[in-house]
Design a protein around this ligand. Sequence first.
Ligand code: S3P
Length: 171
Amino acid sequence: MNQFLKGCNLYLVGMMGSGKTTIAQILAPQLEYRYFDTDRLIEQVAGQSIPEIFAESGEAAFRELETKVLSELCAYTHLVVATGGGIILNRKNWSYLQHGVVVWLDVPVEQLYQRLEGDTTRPLLRDPDPMAKLRSLLDQRQSLYSQADVRVIVGPEDAPEQIATGVLSEI
Ligand code: S3P
């Protein structure tokens, strides 16, 4: 186990609601790694919540902060990082992600929607038809997520501990 990882950072990627934060928090103590979440770091740097950043400065400014935070994390090793769902959009981010092992938590869109229904913390889902929005984001991003080193397919009945074990068996 963990032959692949060898002290490198572990980056969890995937759509909003795919469970990156939950799984990263389970994996970090198991690997004896430190846990970080790029969204929380962005909020600390900006002194604002994600919806405030989007509302006041726009998505492009948010993406710049996302790249800055990711580049700074790359200076460290032995981290488990839960990334924001759009981190895969910027080609520059891949140059940072490639220093570690990238795991895609692949969750069906229906399941994502169930988890995210009523959520007010994701500005991109503030849409008259959030399900259609989720589908279109996933369509745009699927080929980027599939560039991850490892894809873990998550089923509707899978418990977080099981998913974490699935990740560990692949790295
Ligand atoms: C985003 C996902 C969010 C957050 C921001 C944008 C996206 O993170 O970074 O709202 O573009 O998919 P989570 O994936 O942790 O929800």
